[in-house]
Design a protein around this ligand. Structure first.
Ligand code: SF4
Ligand code: SF4
Length: 260
């Protein structure tokens, strides 16, 4: 339940009001067939949910269950769920009874059979972005033959993916940035982005054990929150990435550290 091959993507752009019929349940003949040999892009909130579910730190989760790569157009690091090497390359969480982390499955699995994409209006450096949706129709998926009716919006609510989109919204905006010629990120910036977006425990150590809090003006309330709350920490991570990329002045440097 994730990123399909492009040949199964329907080209029509859909809105939240578009209707479709679909139902996935244990009784379908294809049950769990969609959980092997797939590319599942993980968002920061996916990782927070999954590592908590598994009782792991982000570092442990990233090491065991993911692979990192660099996106060509943005030069940003991104994280994919690692399929097992065994026959058929199944997802590490699939069993004949279904997904063992179902309540905390990633956003892409929740969206399926809907795909979601964002693009900048007015070209790759345009100021606004638009989100749209599309159907994924893989031949093995029999869910379209069922008769439960949805709009894309009601499907998103039913699958709980609206919450994921809300938490990941600012991070998604960063993903829409494109390199101008010659401005690909260096490996040091890529490592900082990876930590700030995906590796919450390491980023927390960076915030509290480096000179971060000496340099940046962070309110007492925010400091208290990020000490224990991973979503607040992720939001600070995204602000830090925007600051690093000079996309917005999301963090204020303390007066004494400003260059005279
Ligand atoms: S995380 Fe769950 S729903 Fe997603 S591919 Fe793996 S088993 Fe399937
Ligand atoms: S109906 Fe589609 S989504 Fe559900 S198990 Fe079958 S292939 Fe997967």
């Amino acid at each position: 339940m994730a990123l399909p091959s492009m040949k199964h993507v329907e080209p029509t752009k859909l809105t939240k009001n578009s209707k479709f019929k679909f139902r996935c349940h244990k009784g379908v003949k294809c049950f769990t067939q969609c959980c092997s040999q797939i590319n599942i892009l993980l968002t920061p909130y996916d990782i927070i949910r999954m590592k908590k579910r598994l009782g792991m730190t982000s570092e442990e989760f990233l090491e065991k269950y993911t692979v990192m790569d660099i996106e060509e157009k943005t030069s940003h690091p991104f994280v994919m769920l690692k399929m097992l090497a065994s026959e058929g390359k199944p997802c590490p969480f699939v069993t004949p009874e279904g997904c063992t982390i179902y309540e905390d499955r990633p956003a892409n699995c929740r969206y399926y059979p809907i795909g979601q994409a964002s693009m900048r209006k007015g070209g790759e450096q345009g100021p606004e972005h638009e989100e749209f949706y599309f159907f994924i129709r893989e031949p093995h998926c029999l869910g379209y033959q069922e008769d439960a009716e949805w709009t894309i919006e009601s499907w998103m609510q039913d699958q709980g993916v609206d919450r994921y989109d809300e938490v990941n919204r600012e991070w998604k905006e960063i993903q829409l940035r494109r390199n101008l010629p010659g401005d690909a990120l260096d490996s040091n910036k890529q490592a900082q982005i990876y930590t700030a977006c995906y590796d919450m425990e390491r980023f927390r150590r960076f915030v509290f054990e480096s000179r971060f809090l000496d340099i940046f003006d962070i309110s007492q309330e925010e400091k208290e929150k990020v000490r224990t709350d991973d979503i607040a920490l992720m939001n600070l991570g995204v602000k830090y990435v925007k600051y690093l990329l000079m996309l917005e002045e999301t963090l204020k440097v303390k007066e004494e550290h400003k260059k005279k």
